[in-house]
Each structure stands twice: as C-alpha cells, then as structure tokens.
Unconditional design. Structure first.
Length: 425
C-alpha cells in the first residue's frame, strides 16, 4: 500500500505539474504575469519569489496550479473598504511597494492604513486613513511591480491591467491555453521512450509474432518466433490488430493460418484455446508481438507509441460519443489509484508505462471543447478570432461556471462508480 501511495503521488503529481508548467512557461514568454506557481494543494509550507512569480510548496502533494494575472484569482487582490493593511514604501519616489493584508506576517517599518478605496489594476493607488486617524484621508501611488501579502502570508505580485492574460495578443493566449496539452504529449513521448529502453525493445505491431511459451497452442502447431501470419482462414492479416481481432473472435475453434517464414509460405492448422475477458470468452493461441531491439526503434518509439495511443483513444472517445456511453469507460483519481496499484507490482517499468498512458489521456481529455477545460478556452479564443472581438465577460463567466459544474458532477459520478468497481464487491 505504501509503495502504491508513493507511486500514485509521483504519477499524479508529474501529470499535473508538467501540464501546469506548460501554461507557466508560455505565459511568461508571452508577457503574461504568472503570480504564483504552486506544487501541491492546500496550506502552504513555504514559498520564495523570483522574477515577479511566487513559487509555493503546499501541504497536499497532489498536483499543483498556476495563477495568471487576470484570471479568477483577482478577487484575492481586491481591497474592500475597512480592510486594515500596512504599507511599505520605496525611498526614491515614495511609492507603495508592498501591501500587507495578513496577520501572520509583519512589514518592517510598515505604515498602518484603513482602506477606503483602492485600484491595483488600472490607476494603481490606495486610499485610506493612516494610523486610524479619520480626520484626514490619504492617497498613495502604488508601484507597478508592488506585491500584496495575502491573508495566509503568501506574497504575490499585484496584477496591473497591462500584464493580465486577457490583454495579451490572441495568438499568445491560444498558445498559453494549448501549452499544458503540448507538455503532456511531450511527457508521454519521453515516458514511452524510457519504457522502450527499460524493456530492451519495442513491440512492432506488425503481423510478425513470437511464441509466449514453448508449450502454447501455437508452438505445438509448429509456429516459430518471427513468423509472419498473412491469413487467418480466408481473412488477410496486415498488422497485430487484425491478427488479434481474428484470433479473439474464434474461441475453441479450428482455424487455418497462412504463415511466411524465410520467404517460404506454410499452412498451419490449429484449434484455439479460450480465456475470459470482460465476462466474454476470447480466443488465444499463445503468441506475443514481435519486438524490434534496434537503437533507432527504441529512440523513436516515444513518437510512434504516442501516435498509436492517441489514435486509439480518439477512436474510443468517438465511439463513446456516437455509441453507448458508460461511466465504466471513464476513470477518475480512484481508477488512477487502482491502476497505479497494478502498475507498481510491475516495478519501475509498469509505473512509467502508466505515466505515459495517463499523460496522453490527460492531453486528449483536456482538448475536449468543454468550458473550464483547455479545449473550451481555445474554442472561445477561436470564436473571438472569427468575431474579431472577445465574448463578453458575463457570457464567458456563465459558460465557464456551467462547464465547471458539469465537470464536477461528472467527476463525482465517475468517482462513485470507480469506488463501486474497485472496492465494493
């Protein structure tokens, strides 16, 4: 259990952090201020600031997040009338360089102020009563790069309008929204490549086969390693998927196979065995995919495996939409934990392979055009490009909230279904 928990934290954490790092790095390059990059969730353990970004390490080691200027986190910098703060000034032009709203941290030589009005986005000023003296209201200019210390003691940059996400050029916003998906694809490529080197070869996905064991049905019938199966009965075979489809559809049946070996054709007759899969009998003969052990095959396997997995998942997603949708086709954190438990039993190879599989899953699911997902944000960007003006803030807020509610309800249903599937017998 401990091994599974550690593996789950590593896998889940890498998936989210790599995704968020994509948004982070492209936003920074696009001139969008990233106020915070967090590893973990919940209460902060510690933080440090560099280049206008606060990097935090939080208590719960599950994923992380990026807070960009102009996103929903702006409420945290709104200073309501009556809010007690303390101010720190620079010596050059007497501008406010830090605003402390926290009781957990004290500014050295901070000036107490009871806020009556503040604008930290456009006009950059703060107004109020200094030292609780209500006889005179004072107004102070706020530096463009000033910071605000939030209630939990985290110091982040204020978010002036010129560095907010929505004011960046449209193309840069699209790139920023797409960057998380791109990073997950890269992670899948790297992970699949590592798997290829760890296992010493790459499954060829051709119609060449190897024997699973020396006493299998295929071995007893005369099949040999690296044989190429070109026909099953009268059906032509061109790849591994064709072959498995034909074999699995014929449990406990006599079949005839045409096999090529050393440029010679052979006919092999055998009777398939059977096995239970998803409460259904499928045919088996005891063969595995042939492997390519060359260095180039292993080096390029990350790209080929990612492409194969992508096409398979897109096909499955299409079938879910036009076919019969089932919650069993989806999986949440509980399913990931259960899968991690199985993968951990296979050691590093199993965990890395699961990481690659989940990373490409996350990339594809995030591209679905549902508001609150990256795909939904990109769709709004495309609509803006067509209309030549953005969707109104009110409309965008409504559809984003609707999307978030839909995802929350779906996640609750999936989680409940996963618990029943994996833990309630």
């Amino acid at each position: 259990m401990i091994t599974t928990i550690i593996a789950f934290i590593i896998v889940f954490g890498l998936l989210v952090i790599v995704h968020e790092f994509g948004h982070f790095i492209v936003a920074k390059k696009s001139g969008i201020m990233v106020r915070e990059f967090s590893i973990g969730m919940g209460p902060k353990i510690f933080y440090y600031r560099k280049n206008n970004t606060t990097y935090t390490w939080r208590l719960l080691p599950l994923g992380g997040y990026v807070r960009m200027a102009g996103s929903a986190d702006n409420e945290s910098q709104e200073l309501k009338p009556g809010t007690p703060v303390s101010l720190k000034f620079n010596s050059e032009n007497n501008e406010v360089v830090s605003i402390n709203t926290s009781h957990k941290q004290t500014l050295f030589n901070g000036v107490p102020l009871t806020v009556t009005k503040a604008d930290l986005e456009n006009k950059l000023f703060i107004e109020g009563f200094e030292n609780a003296d209500e006889s005179e209201k004072k107004t102070f200019k706020v530096n463009h790069d000033a910071t605000i210390i939030e209630e939990d003691g985290t110091e982040v940059q204020i978010a002036p309008e010129d560095v907010q996400f929505q004011n960046a050029p449209l193309f840069r916003r699209i790139l920023t929204n797409f960057a998380g998906v791109f990073n997950n694809v890269l992670l899948a490529i790297v992970a699949f490549t590592i798997v290829a080197f760890l296992q010493g070869g790459v499954s060829s996905y051709t119609n060449h086969v190897n024997l699973a064991s020396s006493d299998s049905v295929a071995a007893k019938a005369g099949l040999k390693n690296n044989d190429k199966i070109v026909k099953v009965n009268n059906t032509k075979i061109s790849n591994w998927y064709d072959l498995t489809k034909q074999i699995q559809s014929k449990p406990n049946q006599n079949i005839s196979m045409q096999v090529e070996r050393n440029n010679e054709s052979h006919k092999i007759n055998l009777k398939t065995g059977s096995s239970e899969y998803n409460n259904k009998k499928v045919g088996i003969i005891g063969i595995t995919q042939a492997t390519d052990n060359s260095f180039m095959a292993k080096l390029t396997s990350g790209f080929t495996q990612t492409w194969r997995m992508t096409t398979t998942l897109v096909s499955a997603l299409y079938y879910m939409i036009v076919g019969h949708f089932s919650l069993n086709d989806l999986g949440g954190p509980v399913a990931i934990f259960a899968s991690t438990s199985q993968a951990a039993k296979l050691g590093v190879l199993g965990v890395v392979n699961l990481l690659a599989f989940l990373s490409i899953n996350l990339a594809i699911m995030n591209l679905i055009p549902i508001p609150a997902l990256d795909g939904g944000k990109i769709l709004l960007n495309i609509i803006e490009a067509i209309r030549r003006k953005p969707v109104s803030e009110k409309v965008e807020t409504i559809i984003t909230i609707a999307g978030a509610i839909f995802l929350l309800v779906l996640m609750l249903l999936v989680t409940f279904n996963d618990i029943q599937r994996y833990f309630i017998r």
